[in-house]
Design a protein around this ligand. Structure first.
Ligand SMILES: O=C(O)C1=C[C@@H](OP(=O)(O)O)[C@@H](O)[C@H](O)C1
Ligand SMILES: C=C(OP(=O)(O)O)C(=O)O
Length: 431
């Protein structure tokens, strides 16, 4: 039975401390590095995010994660000699495991949720095939499920790869690069999207003893040994963004988010700069960040979110709530994430009369027809960020209902509990 969430907030003063779980991006990279280094590199502060827990289960040999809720039918499973690994909706896990299994001996079928089968993987599979991997598509060319057949024999170290669809393909290749006998020289074609995520990968490899060079559009990593060390997973800045949004929509806000530092590997830490435009100050002390709301006019009208796509929903919803008719660029990759996030935003914002209008890849908010619904129902489209980005609106609306509360588990399982601890009324309702 699906549980919806009814969310209310009867005052607009927010004051408290929040402990966020670890970044799923950092954790999933760390888990792959741990596996490839044969545990010379250890993961510390493993994230509670469902995507990370699942990947940890798969790589550390928890059989429940493997073959769970497979989208193949029973006879297909019985006839199949390969291990079936179902990664559900976890995009990074899908992409990172594709590269990981491509260089392992055993045959594996990698599958995922219905949506995962619509999220493209062809660019990565083509690159891995050029390197020497044996990979077949099980259903549709270019999309999961895929069969990784083992027998990898490296043909070349030089790969060209498009940079504008998903940085996750590039990260996946970089993570296995030190284990490739001929190393890897990656030529990125065209614009690189989500660049901070590639920098995060290289920084975590560096901590694990792996050197690289990055000149122009070429990243090179030679065959190298991992050193014995540990990777500490920092709290999740994308999760922090929802607390910044809450502060921005409150009348008064003082929040302390523990464990966050100004030197994060996560590009989404740019939320401190973005939200400074909305009067939120960020002070790093006492082992975390203190957010404070200062009432001042909003100073920025244009936001380029190409380097922080996971913040797009947060920032767009905040602008809509404040009737701030800003424009946004760098949203191209949003259509292939957990859902088509552009369409989802347009549909859900439309329920309060706000439009998000596209012209030549620039998206502009039109709040002229905005109204305050008595009870807004937010569809979440299997997308954790649809639920979490819209939740701060409870500060500005009488009552909200969210479809499928547990959707938040993908990256931030304690989200609704944390809202409740900070004075929101959170009620579960059977749908
Ligand atoms: O590498 C990562 O950890 C991620 C990269 C980004 O994806 P794209 O590179 O596909 O934009 C981001 O949206 C995703 O949530 C996590
Ligand atoms: C896009 C996301 O995740 P993934 O691609 O890992 O499914 C996300 O968390 O916003």
């Amino acid at each position: 039975m699906m549980q919806n969430i009814i969310l209310k907030r009867n005052n607009k003063i927010v004051n408290g401390t929040v402990n966020l779980t670890g970044s799923k991006s950092e954790c999933n990279r760390a888990l792959i590095i741990e596996a490839l280094s044969e545990s010379k590199v250890k993961v510390e502060n493993i994230s509670d995010a469902a995507d990370a827990v699942l990947l940890a289960g798969i790589l550390r040999g928890n059989q429940e994660a493997v073959s769970a809720d497979s989208s193949l039918n029973n006879s297909e499973i019985e006839n199949c000699k390969s291990e079936i690994v179902d990664i559900g909706p976890a995009g990074t896990a899908m992409r990172f495991l594709t590269a990981y299994y491509a260089i392992q001996e055993d045959e594996v079928i990698l599958t995922g949720s219905k949506r995962m089968k619509e999220r493209p993987i062809g660019i990565l599979v083509d690159a891995l095939r050029t390197l020497g991997a044996n990979i077949d598509y099980e259903e549709n060319d270019g999309y999961p499920p895929i069969k990784l057949k083992g027998g990898f024999k490296q043909q070349t170290g030089k790969i060209n790869i498009k940079g504008n669809i998903s940085s996750q393909y590039i990260t996946a290749l970089l993570l296995i690069a030190p284990a490739l006998p001929l190393g890897l020289e990656l030529h990125i074609e065209g614009e690189l999207t989500s660049r901070p995520y590639v920098e995060m990968t290289l920084a975590m490899l560096e901590t694990s003893g792996i050197k690289h060079t990055w000149e122009g559009n070429v990243i090179a990593i030679s065959n190298q040994e991992f050193t014995t060390t540990s990777l500490y997973v920092e709290p999740d800045w994308s999760a922090a963004s929802y607390w910044y949004a809450i502060a921005a929509l409150a009348d008064e806000a003082e929040l302390f988010l523990t464990g966050l530092t100004p030197y994060s590997l996560q590009g989404d830490s740019v939320i401190t700069e973005i939200m400074a435009n909305f009067g939120i100050t960020s002070q790093f002390k006492d082992g975390g960040v203190h957010l404070k709301k200062e009432n001042k006019p909003i100073s920025r009208r244009e936001f380029d979110l190409k380097e922080c796509p996971d913040l797009a929903q947060t920032v767009i919803v905040v602008c809509a709530a404040l009737n701030h008719e800003a424009s946004f660029t760098g949203l191209e990759t949003l259509k292939i994430k957990e859902t088509d996030r552009i369409l989802a935003l347009q549909t859900e914002l439309g329920k309060m009369g706000v439009k998000l209008i596209e012209k030549d890849e620039v998206y502009t908010l039109d709040c002229s027809g905005k109204f305050i619904p008595d009870n807004i129902f937010i569809n979440t489209y299997h997308d954790h960020r649809m639920a979490m980005a819209f939740a701060p609106l409870a500060l500005t609306l009488p009552q909200m209902e969210f479809e499928n509360g547990p959707v938040v588990e993908k990256s931030y399982p304690a989200f609704w509990n944390d809202l409740e601890k900070q004075g929101f009324e959170v009620e579960e309702k059977e749908a």
